[in-house]
Design a protein around this ligand. Structure first.
Ligand code: NAD
Ligand code: UD1
Length: 340
């Protein structure tokens, strides 16, 4: 298939593009480089043995989209482009609704005009909000996401559900990621957060490589086995394969279908620190700080639906996630370094 990947030079997008090309798909990337660097394209090309088509531009640019669909004969769209920092979304809600909601709407309008109606959307487990039981299943009613970021994801899910109901020619997958971590096993691609990392694994990696002195563990008094927060971590390469499985299944099934992409297992913050220490061969300095506002104690994914309908499940373990993150971080301590 010929796949338009918006946000394809970002963290999850770049790994998905490499996985797509490894399976013989053609890739067209649209990215405005707001949160990614051009040098990821070199890594993708060297790992794939061929270059993706790269278009620098914004998903909110309707004119650009019209000419893109007129010239590229796209079969399917995987839509990663958007903003993802939860804290920033609280202080800049308009930027988040504009990028994540208006951006998606503009893209869907251009697709409708072009007659391209297969769409894979990056949603998030955050749309579940706080549920009375775990694991979180797709059949649960969505909850109250704790931030404008989370609400932007829920709005797009609702928009896509309405679209599929109104026009049965659309084939849509809503993929709710749990906690994506890890890096390409080559060590040539990985997560490259700008500034201070918001998320656990990249923070630990920067402590391990000496860029930060100590990890703050946000709360050790949760009702979990060791008192620290429990999450469902998923290796980015497994996540990439999940997109391809969803794209293939969705091609044969009209409607909007929701899938969790997670491992089905929870790991605590202390377990992640331990796995990382083993991977890098040194102790990770850490200290306890108060709970972070908006954090939940523990949740993980129900995986049966993705397993049965997408014929997909995760294969890589927490140790793989830690080893691959360390391989990337230790060989690229400052992340991607673009030539001026
Ligand atoms: P990322 O920031 O690394 O990648 C997003 C890419 O989109 C970047 O390359 C950025 O430059 C580009 N982009 C942003 N706004 C754009 C616009 N208006 N037009 C064109 N390009 C634009 O993020 P990621 O971690 O790869 O996440 C990808 C998607 O998955 C996002 O939609 C995110 O909300 C969602 N998601 C991520 C996580 C996670 O933990 N990483 C979890 C759940 C959902
Ligand atoms: C966060 C977002 C969530 C988003 C997800 C994407 C918040 C509140 N939630 O989820 O909306 O969909 O990223 O992956 O930002 N932790 C520490 N120290 C740190 C960082 C994290 O102890 O420096 C703990 C957290 O309290 C949590 C666990 O590590 O228990 C995982 O945190 P993180 O990686 O930020 O992911 P989430 O909070 O699950």
């Amino acid at each position: 298939m010929r796949v338009l990947v918006t946000g394809g030079s970002g963290y999850i997008g770049s790994h998905t593009c490499v996985a797509l090309m490894a399976q013989g798909h053609e890739v067209v990337i649209l990215d405005n480089l707001h949160n990614s660097k051009r040098s990821v394209l070199r890594a993708m090309t060297s790992l794939s043995g061929r270059a993706p088509i790269f278009i620098e531009g914004d998903v909110r640019d309707a004119g650009l989209l019209t000419s893109l669909f007129a010239t590229q004969s796209v079969d399917s769209v995987i839509h990663f482009a958007g903003l993802k920092a939860v804290g920033e979304s609280v202080s800049q809600p308009l930027a988040y609704y504009d990028n994540n909601v208006t951006g998606t709407l503009t893209l869907l309008q251009a697709m409708q005009v072009a007659g391209v109606r297969q769409f894979i959307f990056s949603s998030s487990a955050t749309v579940y909000g706080d549920q009375p039981q775990v694991p979180y299943a797709e059949s649960f009613p969505t909850g109250q996401p704790a931030s404008p970021y989370g609400r932007s994801k829920l709005m797009v899910e609702q928009l896509l559900t309405d679209l599929a109901q109104a026009d049965p020619r659309w084939h849509i997958a809503l993929l709710r990621y749990f906690n994506p971590v890890g890096a390409h096993p080559s060590g040539e691609m990985g997560e490259d957060p700008q500034g201070i990392p918001n998320n656990l694994m990249p923070y630990i990696a920067q402590v391990a490589v000496g860029r930060r002195p100590s990890l703050a563990v946000f709360g050790d008094d949760y009702p979990t086995p060791d008192g620290t927060g429990v999450r469902d971590y998923i290796h980015v390469m497994d996540l990439a394969e999940g997109h391809i499985a969803a794209m293939q299944t969705t091609a044969a099934r009209p409607g909007a279908h929701v899938y969790n992409l997670g491992s089905g297992e929870g790991h605590s913050v202390l377990e992640v620190i331990h796995a990382f220490s083993q991977a890098c061969g040194k102790a990770i300095p850490w200290h306890v700080e108060p709970r972070r506002a908006g954090d939940l104690p523990a949740y993980w994914a129900a995986t049966d639906k993705a397993r049965h309908e997408l014929h997909w499940h995760t294969r890589l373990t927490l140790n793989d996630m830690a080893h691959d993150t360390w391989r990337w971080q230790s060989s690229h301590p400052q992340g991607y370094e673009d030539a001026p």
